[in-house]
Design a protein around this ligand. Structure first.
Ligand SMILES: *Cc1c(COP(=O)(O)O)cnc(C)c1O
Length: 419
């Protein structure tokens, strides 16, 4: 309201907080999302309850975020303890949690340096800006081209959405950042044709998440590594979704045996507390001198404390071993459903606990309807594009929970095909 208030405010002396429901969303939220009618209010592990007290089994992990389950006790404890000590200091000071988290990430990966931010898009934005800066400092001139993949998803800032491979997401936002080339994913010949000496970086998800749960082939990532080395381009792996144990390795690149120059992560690093990170080598990091990039909350003590607790739990051989075991069991359970519903399910694919159930041509474009049917049976799952149902449980999922989810999905598919 820009005008001066001239009439007295309502005289009601005890304002009552209004009850909120799904319909409130349409009245007060910018309509970028179309959320379910279910409004969650409480959750523990993989169990979630809505406003009416209905229980759901959460096989979305808040879109690959709450990988340790909701309200994991050790993570809650880390946050509460930090909340009583130090919330924020600003980048004029460093803090103990961020130094510990950076040290742990550097110890656990190829990287020597970490940059912290608040989301996956920001981690990728930092990576892309670093690649341009590194090229501008190390030459030759005009080495500004960025190569990325069709169907890739890298976030929603203008730069990251332009590098992403979904034209629909950039419609109406022109002019877009320039010098970006999109190539077909997993196509080595297309990469060879596109990557030349004018390329400063190649950005790729080792497992495409939003784009349909599509793992890269080992040969493809190896070829990208060789092409980047040959042409002096930086190889950026976006592991915002597939990192932090999701594939059964701490980071997917470790399973592929292909090391990037820059690695981005976010989502599961905070288990729901917003944090993102960009990891790189000392040599490359040096291009981002004092004052060249930054963000107020990056490396905030609260976020860093949570990230440190999460990393400490996930980066344990036994934990990752169990993720691979749970993956085998969930994949085979879903493949069992594919045998029961061959006219609906074409294929089950993915890596670790990032799994896509691909619908047949007969059910093309109907993945959202399957997730709705599953929700009616008390199971939350996601879509990845219009034709793939994405199954992404917390990494702590038990065999019993996999059995229950499979039973609920079986009932949902039964109703869906008979509807
Ligand atoms: C979710 C995602 C992003 C964007 O992360 P935000 O935290 O939503 O900005 C980027 N890349 C990949 C691969 C993602 O899955």
């Amino acid at each position: 309201m820009t005008q001066t208030q001239t009439t007295p405010l309502s005289s009601s002396s005890t304002p009552v907080a209004p009850a909120v429901s799904r319909s409130t969303f349409d009245q007060v939220i910018v309509p970028t999302y179309s959320p379910s009618n279910v409004v969650p209010v409480r959750a523990r592990g993989l169990d979630l309850w809505d406003q009416d007290g209905r229980q759901f089994l959460d096989f979305t992990a808040g879109i690959a975020v709450t990988s340790l389950g909701h309200c994991h006790p050790e993570v809650v404890q880390a946050l509460k303890q930090q909340a009583d000590n130090l919330w924020h200091v600003g980048n004029g000071y460093t803090n103990e949690p961020v130094l510990k988290l950076a040290s742990a990430l550097v110890d656990a990966t190829f990287a020597d340096r970490a940059f912290f931010c608040n989301s996956g898009a920001e981690a990728n934005e930092a990576a892309l800006k670093l690649a341009r800066k590194f090229a501008s400092e190390n030459g030759p001139a005009n080495k500004s081209r960025i190569v990325s993949c069709v169907n890739a998803f890298h976030g929603r800032t203008l730069f990251t959405v332009s590098v992403g491979g979904t034209p629909k997401y950039t419609e109406g936002f022109s002019p877009l950042p320039a010098d970006i080339t999109h190539i077909a994913f997993n196509d080595i010949e297309a990469a060879r044709a596109a990557i030349g000496d004018d390329v400063c970086a190649v950005m790729v998800e080792p497992v495409q998440g939003e784009g349909g749960v599509m793992p890269a082939s080992r040969e493809y990532l190896k070829a990208l590594r060789e092409l980047c080395d040959k042409h002096g381009a930086l190889l950026i792996f976006d592991e915002v979704q597939c990192g932090m144990g999701r594939t059964g390795q701490l980071f997917a690149y470790m399973g592929y045996g292909v090391t990037p120059d820059i690695l981005t992560l976010a989502k599961a690093l905070g288990n729901g507390y917003p944090i993102g990170a960009m990891l790189t080598t000392e040599k490359i990091a040096a291009a981002l001198k004092v004052g060249t990039h930054g963000t107020t909350y990056g490396g905030n003590p609260l976020a860093a404390s949570v990230g440190l607790a999460v990393l400490g739990i996930i980066n344990v051989p036994g934990f990752l071993q169990r993720v691979r075991q749970a993956s085998d069991y969930l994949m085979s359970s879903l493949r069992g459903l594919a045998v029961e519903f061959p006219h609906v399910i074409q294929e089950v694919r993915g890596s670790g606990l990032l799994i896509g159930v691909v619908l047949t041509p007969a059910y093309k474009g109907r993945a959202k309807e399957v997730t709705k049917a599953a929700e009616e049976q008390g199971l939350m799952v996601l879509i990845a594009g219009m034709d793939v149902v994405r199954v992404v449980p917390a990494l702590i999922v038990t065999d019993e929970q996999i059995n229950e989810a499979t039973a609920r999905l079986r009932r949902a598919l039964g109703k869906f095909v008979n509807a």
